[in-house]
Design a protein. Structure first.
Length: 178
């Protein structure tokens, strides 16, 4: 599968969980002039490590350049490119949207259609949360924009490789027939 049809590389970087690692990784990108579209970091299931998910603009850097530079950092344990067709991607958005009484039901219906949650309700605004594939979050943002977005914060993309779907083989069992 060619990355030419995609605008971004999604890179998962497993690093040692210690102070300064994120600064070194982001500093590397800044020094090289690579455009970071999204960056998310958190500890993994093993508290000794953190996973940094970096989405890089395809035009600012080739995946080979990024990988070579990252491997030069001593805190980097493993690097994986997560191709969109072979990974599960999610993002979270929190948004406060104008929702005067005459349009509130329309805003609430959009939140329900996109499987979001209402977090707070004011006289003329609602704060909502929504998680899903980045395209879903983009679509929701586009549809609520005409109502008026007061504030909006997105987490950035997180991703993991898809699991294999191959069914386990069944083995034949022979037994005595009475």
């Amino acid at each position: 599968m060619s990355t030419a049809t995609y605008k971004h590389h999604t890179i998962s970087v497993l690093v040692v969980n210690q102070a300064g690692v994120l600064a070194r990784v982001s500093g590397l990108f800044a020094r090289r002039g690579y455009n970071i579209f999204s960056l998310a970091v958190a500890p993994t299931e093993d508290e000794r490590f953190s996973r940094i998910t970096i989405v890089v603009d395809v035009e600012s850097a080739t995946i080979e350049q990024v990988t070579k530079q990252l491997f030069k950092l001593i805190d980097v344990v493993k690097i994986s490119e997560l191709h969109p067709a072979e990974s599960v991607e999610r993002e979270l958005v929190l948004a406060t949207v104008k929702a005067a009484p005459e349009v509130r039901s329309q805003v609430l219906e959009l939140v329900q259609i996109f499987e979001g949650k209402i977090l707070a309700v004011g006289p003329d605004e609602v704060t909502v949360s929504l998680d899903g594939h980045p395209d879903k979050v983009d679509d929701f943002e586009e549809l609520v924009r005409p109502y008026g977005i007061v504030e909006l914060q997105r987490t950035g993309r997180i991703a993991l490789p898809k699991l294999e779907r191959q069914a386990p083989r069944l083995r034949a069992v022979r037994g005595k027939v009475s």
